[in-house]
Each structure stands twice: as C-alpha cells, then as structure tokens.
Design a protein around this ligand. Structure first.
Ligand code: FES
Length: 158
C-alpha cells in the first residue's frame, strides 16, 4: 500500500523534507506540550534562533527540521531525522520519550538511545545561549558514536 504525500508516517526525511509530525494531545508531568515553533528574527540559513523555552517541553521547527527540547534545566537541539535511516522522529506524550515510527527505536528526552535498530543517540546540533535565546548551528551536527565529546557538550545549561 502506498502512502500519500501528506501521510508521511514512516517517510525518510531525505526524501520527504516537508514532513514533520509531532504527536499532540495531553502530555505528562514533565512536559506541557509538544508544539511547532518557528525560528526567530535574526536567524540565517546556517543558524536558527529560538526563545529559551519557559519550561520543560518539546518543540519542532518544521522548516529547519530541528527538535528543540528543554529537559531538567538543559536545552538541546536535535536533528529530526532518526539516526538509523533518517525517518522523522516523533514525540510520544504518554511515554515521555521519542520514538521512530518506522523501526521503533526509542530515545529519552535528552536524546539518549534506549532500544531499537539505531546504534547511537539522537544527533545533536551545536547550541549556545545568547541572552534569552538559544542559537542552533545547523552546520554542526554531532553523532554520539563519532564525536562523543562534542555530542555531550552540545547543551545549554540554564
Ligand atoms: S529509521 Fe528509525 S529506527 Fe529505523
């Protein structure tokens, strides 16, 4: 059975870059909601600026394919693509974790791999704080298996 273009559950990002989907609905105690966000003024093709989230939660920049997470006093920016075969990751409200819709790899809110076919944590973009914003460098994407120290340092501590 073929999938429609708008029903991109399980579509690799590489071929369906316009796809982004985040589970909606009620979230657990840690997260208020998963929302769509747009980069702020001052963003460029190489860097995206976002307001520091006011509380723990998950937001998606659909255009930039960035997942922004605030979790336990830390802010991370992840690549939307699953590190296994680039399918778009989803946030699961009821489990408070990410899950790949294609092969069901699961990840903690900080991107740590839990189980599934993937062999590394979610890829993190370089991120820094500037005042009330975080700046995400889209040219610096770190893999936990190849750039472990950079991956570990790709966090803004509040
Ligand atoms: S693409 Fe995500 S687990 Fe295979």
């Amino acid at each position: 059975m073929s999938r429609s273009h708008d029903d991109c559950t399980g579509c690799p990002i590489a071929s369906r870059r316009r796809f982004l989907a985040v589970a909606g609905g009620t979230l657990g105690a840690l997260f208020a909601q998963a929302t769509a966000i747009d980069a702020r003024a001052g963003s460029t093709a190489d860097e995206k600026r976002y307001a520091i989230p006011g509380g723990d939660g998950v937001s998606i920049d659909r255009a930039a394919e960035v997942i922004l997470v605030r979790f336990h006093g830390q802010v991370f920016a992840f690549n939307l693509a699953c590190p296994h075969e680039n399918y778009a990751l989803r946030w699961r409200d009821k489990d408070l974790r990410f899950q790949c819709p294609e092969h069901e790899s699961r990840y903690q809110p900080d991107g740590t791999f839990v189980d599934g076919r993937a062999t590394r944590h979610m890829d993190r973009f370089a991120i820094r704080r500037e005042g009330t914003e975080v700046v995400v460098d889209l040219n610096m994407l770190y893999r936990s298996d190849k750039q472990s120290s950079e991956w570990a340092a790709a966090v803004v501590r509040l």
